[in-house]
Design a protein around this ligand. Sequence first.
Ligand code: YXS
Length: 259
Amino acid sequence: MDFIRTTIDGPVGTITLNNPRKLNALCEHLVGEIIQALHDFEKAGLRVAILRAMPGVKVWSAGHDVSELPEGGRDPLGWDDPLRELVRAIETFPAPVIALIEGGVWGGAVETVLACDIVLATPEATFAVTPAKLGVPYNISGMMTFMSAGSARIVKELAFTARPISAERAERVGMVNHVVPAEKLEAFTADIAQTIAQNSPLSIRSMKECLRVLSGAKPVSPRGFERFQGLRRMVYDSEDYAEGIRAFKEKRKPVFIGG
Ligand code: YXS
């Protein structure tokens, strides 16, 4: 594996993101390695997976790899996009996935973390939902992931401002389970993981899947879905979307014209 490290401690497996050159941006290669590791953990019958970055990182993950986003005319977050595949792999992994967070979590990496079953973070960790900063039309299941983790009001503030929020604020609004000092976080995580691993894996597997299905069971009519997709297409076909991607690559602030 080039971009991750994996370790196994009894019934608990750990995946450590390790592509510092691209700040663990969720590129196709990195995502593929994470998904493969989860498959390997499932085959080995592991009872908990921990997803983390290297100790002491300033950036847990910079989010979707912008260089892999289309420059316009195509849905940037379609079904087979690596970020979508990663979120589904975490949600359908047949055991709890614990996110151990140090540093900044950006964009699609926030959804990846919120797709995990338990989120543990240091006080210095931050979370920034960034589609509006880039002009990206976030996708429907992604918005539901956010809605499952916080109230619509909180999701709107995060999504509309694109500003990072602190781990303490994220904990207060229910997006983070525990905020733990960095020097204690590994032991804290291991304790929760080992506790889970001693409980019934079948019971936990069924409850995780029930909760996944129930949290996604929001009635959206075919007409409603088509309207969502029409709204999203209006965005990814717009000059604003192309400008957002261009500005990121040219390392300048985008100028959005609303069209
Ligand atoms: O200039 P070089 O070639 O060294 O590359 C720089 C950055 O361009 C690159 N990099 C990225 N490349 C691709 N995709 C990314 N998401 C990404 N983020 C960073 O990494 C090299 C070092 O970045 P630099 O110099 O900015 O590091 P820094 O320590 O000064 O700042 C760290 C960050 C994370 C604050 C800064 O890199 C940053 O703001 N990155 C973008 C975070 C972000 O907006 N991510 C959202 C990506 S789009 C996404 O996730 C979804 C589609 S959505 O937007 O809808 O949520």
